[in-house]
Ligand binder design. Sequence first.
Ligand SMILES: [Fe+2]
Ligand SMILES: [Fe+2]
Length: 190
Amino acid sequence: MTSGAEPVEQDVVDILTADHQAMVELLSTIETTPDAKQQRELADTVIAEVMRHAVAEEMYVYPAVEEHVPNGAEEVEHDKHEHQEIVELMKRLEGIDSEDPSFLVTVRELDQLLRHHANDEETDQFPKLRASIPADKLVDLGKKVENAKRLAPTRPHPEAPHSELFHKTLGAGVGLVDRLRDKLSGRHTE
Ligand SMILES: [Fe+2]
Ligand SMILES: [Fe+2]
């Protein structure tokens, strides 16, 4: 292309912030959807999206925070702890029938945890990341995140260690197994 303004490339913070927005919107939609089957499908979609997002963060974004942000290691420890809570809650949600009254209670609980965690990242870690990493590197990091999201697990695995090593060596394998299970069970997570 030689004419017109080039579209501005999204950096990693743009991508992750848009993910957060999409997650909370999906959760709100569950609350206003009257059909239990649709509620189940929406919940499975949110779970898959949160898993991809959290794994991509742990693979590429949190290591960058640890490396470049002052007190980054502490911030990452806190964030990973919150991821674990979110994954455990999603595991519970996976097993609750959407006609059961506790389904919506659990959806609301997940909504609160996610909003809190996303707010931490958006007001603290992400601005610090932008302040400490050059713009082109943030765009590169965004591409890595998009790629990791394609390979990441789609189902919660609270028993699995959430270290970056795990996700780098086994993440794609776990993701593959999850997607196979999604296909067999008719879950729409692609
Ligand atoms: Fe996170
Ligand atoms: Fe996030």
